[in-house]
Ligand binder design. Structure first.
Ligand SMILES: *[C@@H]1O[C@H](CO)[C@@H](O)[C@H](O)[C@H]1NC(C)=O
Ligand SMILES: *[C@@H]1O[C@H](CO)[C@@H](O)[C@H](O)[C@H]1NC(C)=O
Ligand SMILES: *[C@@H]1O[C@H](CO)[C@@H](O)[C@H](O)[C@H]1NC(C)=O
Ligand SMILES: *[C@@H]1O[C@H](CO)[C@@H](O)[C@H](O)[C@H]1NC(C)=O
Ligand SMILES: *[C@@H]1O[C@H](CO)[C@@H](O)[C@H](O)[C@H]1NC(C)=O
Ligand SMILES: *[C@@H]1O[C@H](CO)[C@@H](O)[C@H](O)[C@H]1NC(C)=O
Ligand SMILES: *[C@@H]1O[C@H](CO)[C@@H](O)[C@H](O)[C@H]1NC(C)=O
Ligand SMILES: *[C@@H]1O[C@H](CO)[C@@H](O)[C@H](O)[C@H]1NC(C)=O
Ligand SMILES: *[C@@H]1O[C@H](CO)[C@@H](O)[C@H](O)[C@H]1NC(C)=O
Ligand SMILES: *[C@@H]1O[C@H](CO)[C@@H](O)[C@H](O)[C@H]1NC(C)=O
Ligand SMILES: *[C@@H]1O[C@H](CO)[C@@H](O)[C@H](O)[C@H]1NC(C)=O
Length: 436
């Protein structure tokens, strides 16, 4: 036992030597001397220990003695591939503010001692194999600003105690999802969410939120929120009325919204419209959106990325989409859209047109007619149009752009090339000529 313990110390100090990152200057109060013969008494005063991503360290579990370094304020054991459990002894680290055990292979439950470390500001246990519940006691960690439990096998209902963590700025609870058969092991009604008024980043994926009937209202209370991911969470069309929503949109900061792989309909649009001045990314792919694309999308004037793929959209792409001047990436694949004439002709209108579009994915729709004249899409780099019903190469003007040209050539066998546009593209010579 004593021998093993000594081994750890030697290993540790070796690392402190090898790992130049832990220096007095950087860490402030490290009292460790990198001698061969240290004593525990000296280590006791250690308050900063970072062994993360250390390729020299080959330990199969976290040494318990770290739980006796009671002066520790910062402990980072991320990326060591440690198995085993989180030692109960960690409950002794009452001064700990930063605990990062992410990217290991830790198993078993999170010991309840961890929920008593009330000085914690940053707790990351992500990317392990931890099991069990997120208990009520989590509400004890009321100084917490960062909580990462992503990528574990957590189960049960998320405790409402989470609502106590009013300083939280970052929260990621998404469990590992392997089944693929619709089994969600973690569930929540999100009742705790509206209390987390400091939240800037919220990430929930593969959590069953079908009982969170007023989730839009909960989110609307988070005025600092910048990034929202609620993907594959069984979200249902919202039943809330929007009359009670905060209207001071100048204070909104929500920029990135990913609500993909849920069961939402276009009834979500009025809620999203309260974020028109802040949204830059919106992902509603894989939902139950049906019918024509509402003109209202044209009001998201700052969108750079819009994904409505894998829904049941029908009809023409509206002109309003082409009026989003900032739009760089537009994904509408796997729908039943039939035309894009209005969309394309919006590029000749008085507004900015589609000059910023870089990626346009319209594959697997029902688009008919000749290949559109895309000459105005001067930033276009990637174009997907396969699996539509385009009939004719038309007067395609994209041959000087290599990637568009390849996209078009991929369609070659499906298109009638009356004007011989495609057949004249035999070699790189012509391309060189017209691209000079
Ligand atoms: C721990 O170390 C990893 C890798 O070096 C780093 O990415 C992470 O930000 C650190 N965690 C904290 C809390 O500083
Ligand atoms: C550390 O924790 C263990 C287990 O929780 C406990 O038995 C022990 O008394 C604690 N030691 C100190 C020094 O706090
Ligand atoms: C932790 O929270 C529980 C209630 O959830 C409470 O009974 C207990 O006293 C708290 N412990 C500490 C150390 O704050
Ligand atoms: C919430 O925090 C307060 C103190 O800020 C504490 O008294 C209470 O026990 C906590 N509740 C839970 C559920 O942990
Ligand atoms: C979900 O829970 C079931 C039953 O407890 C278990 O068999 C399964 O492995 C769990 N799946 C995940 C991804 O945690
Ligand atoms: C959400 O609905 C529940 C009842 O279903 C209610 O108790 C709660 O106050 C509502 N939350 C918000 C933020 O409106
Ligand atoms: C709206 O938000 C802005 C910026 O946060 C703030 O300065 C202003 O006082 C708010 N107005 C109202 C009516 O709440
Ligand atoms: C944008 O909003 C205004 C006022 O709410 C409305 O009149 C207009 O039609 C909307 N524009 C689009 C493209 O939906
Ligand atoms: C497209 O329409 C056809 C016929 O109405 C329907 O069978 C198919 O499911 C639709 N596809 C999508 C992706 O909406
Ligand atoms: C291509 O251009 C020719 C003459 O410029 C015009 O007659 C023809 O209608 C155009 N074809 C398509 C499909 O736009
Ligand atoms: C394509 O459209 C542009 C303007 O949008 C026009 O100037 C050009 O003549 C068109 N090209 C063809 C071949 O129709």
């Amino acid at each position: 036992m004593a021998m093993r313990f000594l081994n750890y110390l030697v290993l540790l100090l070796l690392l402190l030597q090898v790992h130049g990152s832990i220096s007095e200057a950087e860490a402030g109060n490290i009292m460790v001397k990198c001698t061969i013969n240290p004593s525990l008494a000296e280590l006791r005063h250690l308050n900063y220990l970072d062994l993360s991503n250390n390729i020299f360290l080959d330990i199969n579990h976290i040494p318990e003695f770290i739980g006796y370094l009671t002066h520790l304020k910062y402990l980072n054991l991320s990326g060591l591939n440690c198995g085993g459990r989180i030692p109960y002894e960690f409950g002794n680290l009452s001064r700990l503010q930063y605990l990062d055990l992410s990217f290991n292979s830790l198993r078993g439950r999170i010991p309840h001692q961890v929920w008593h470390l009330t000085s914690l500001v940053h707790l990351d246990l992500g990317a392990n194999k931890l099991q069990g519940r997120i208990p009520h006691e989590i509400g004890n960690l009321s100084s917490l600003q960062h909580l990462g439990l992503v990528g574990n096998y957590l189960t049960g209902t998320i405790a409402h105690g989470l609502g106590n963590l009013t300083h939280l700025q970052y929260l990621n609870l998404s469990p590992i999802y392997v089944d693929g058969n619709g089994v969600y092991n973690l569930t929540s009604d999100l009742e705790w969410l509206s209390h987390l008024s400091s939240l800037k980043n919220l990430h929930l994926a593969h959590v069953d939120l079908s009982s969170a009937s007023n989730w839009t209202e909960q989110v609307s209370n988070l005025l600092q929120l910048e990034e929202l991911t609620i993907s594959d969470c069984n979200l249902l069309p919202t039943t809330s009325s929007f009359s009670s929503m905060p209207t001071n949109i100048t204070s909104n900061s929500l920029a990135v919204v990913d609500l993909s792989l849920n069961k939402l309909t276009f009834s979500i649009i009025p809620w999203l419209l309260s974020y028109t001045t802040s949204l830059t990314m919106l992902d509603l792919s894989g939902n139950h959106l049906s019918g024509p694309i509402p003109e209202a999308f044209g009001n998201f004037s700052f969108l750079e990325e819009l994904n409505l793929g894998d829904n049941q959209l029908e009809g023409e792409m509206p002109r309003s989409l082409g009026e989003i001047c900032s739009l760089k990436r537009l994904v509408l694949h796997r729908n039943n859209l039939t035309g894009l004439q209005d969309f394309v002709s919006s590029s000749t209108g008085p507004r900015c047109g589609l000059k910023s579009i870089q990626r346009l994915d319209l594959a697997e729709n029902q688009i008919t007619g000749p290949f559109p004249n895309l000459s105005q899409f001067s930033s276009l780099q990637i174009l997907y149009l396969q699996d539509n019903h385009l009939s004719d190469v038309g007067n395609a003007t994209v041959k000087c752009k290599d990637r568009e040209r390849r996209a078009l050539l991929a369609l070659k066998q499906d298109l009638i090339d009356n004007n011989g546009v495609l057949s004249s593209w035999g070699n790189g010579e012509e391309q060189k000529e017209c691209c000079k």
